[in-house]
Ligand binder design. Structure first.
Ligand SMILES: [Zn+2]
Length: 306
């Protein structure tokens, strides 16, 4: 399972534009709200054991939120409508107020890295973080500059001034592992932890297919010419709003020339080396991304021909 994928919720996308239906969901006796504080979801349990997404009854979450706090209908879990709500207005909800001592507000990346949440709950927390983050950054109309208002259960923002609609954005990123025979190409980004090498990645641009984006990025970053490109899997990546599109690519050349300023280093790794490194070993300080990253799954798919 790819981290942040596999949410079981019914997003009710055909019904959430109906204000009366939404109000019923919000007042439903099974309604629950996931509070987010400074973009950190509330979780129950300590970090060294299993944890649970901290859904609470609406009145509790609402008592901590500011007047115009962004919220979103995440979806229906069977009968139960689940929401997310920004409570960043609260000074310190871990130690003061109704949630004090009951759990923690934890950064999503750390939660994914530890694997302490069930995969379905991690996916829901990722969705919640991406949506609240989008609202907090899109309070004003990109067209006329007037304030926008949240509608459709948080799935649209509407400008009362000019009538423009703004929808939550997803920014596509291609992430790809190029290989030639028994070797694959990995790079170390300038901001990576020391020693970590990964698949190359970059934002898709308007007017470009996935395959074209893959070829352009590898050529720009490492000077390698790529032929066939095969899609493998994707990953929602709420930092802040990406969709990682994972591909395997066939390298047509082998001489590395670092191009733009993205990579500090790039190199070829042998298949046997990759197999050993995926098991968690380090060689000469070199290591590969953990299972929470889609790059790990690309490397695994190539190395074990999965
Ligand atoms: Zn406007």
């Amino acid at each position: 399972m790819i981290a942040f994928s596999g949410s079981p919720l019914d997003r009710a996308s055909a019904r959430r534009a109906d204000a009366a239906w939404l109000a019923e969901q919000r007042a439903h006796r099974s309604a629950r709200i996931l509070p987010l504080w400074q973009l950190r979801p509330f979780v129950l349990g300590a970090g060294h054991g299993p944890q649970q997404a901290g859904f609470v009854i609406p009145a509790v979450a609402e008592s901590m939120a500011g007047p115009d706090a962004p919220w979103v209908l995440l979806g229906l879990d069977g009968e139960a409508p689940l929401f997310a709500l920004d409570i960043s207005a609260a000074a310190d909800p871990q130690t003061q107020g109704p949630l004090a001592g009951l759990g923690h507000f934890e950064e999503l990346r750390g939660l994914a890295l530890r694997g302490s949440l069930a995969p379905a709950e991690l996916a829901i927390c990722g969705q919640a973080k991406a949506m609240i983050d989008w609202h907090l950054r899109h309070g004003f109309c990109a067209r006329c500059g007037a304030p926008t208002a949240l509608v459709d259960g948080g799935w649209r923002r509407r400008c009362a001034q000019c009538g423009a609609d703004h929808f939550p954005r997803t920014d596509p990123v291609v992430i790809m592992l190029a290989s030639a025979g028994e070797r694959c190409l990995v790079g170390r980004g300038r901001h990576f932890p020391a020693g970590m090498f990964s698949a190359l990645a970059g934002f898709l641009e308007p007017g470009e297919t996935i395959e074209e984006g893959v070829r352009r990025e590898i050529l720009e970053e490492a000077g390698i010419v790529v032929g066939a490109v095969r899609y493998l899997a994707s990953q929602p990546w709420a930092f802040p709003s990406s969709l990682m599109i994972g591909c395997l690519a066939e390298a047509k050349s082998e001489h590395i020339t670092l191009g733009d300023d993205e990579l500090a280093e790039a190199r070829w790794l042998e298949r046997d080396e990759v197999r050993a490194l995926l098991g968690g070993s380090r060689r000469e300080g070199l290591f590969l991304p953990p299972p929470m990253a889609i790059a790990h799954h690309l490397l695994r798919a190539w190395a074990f021909d999965e």
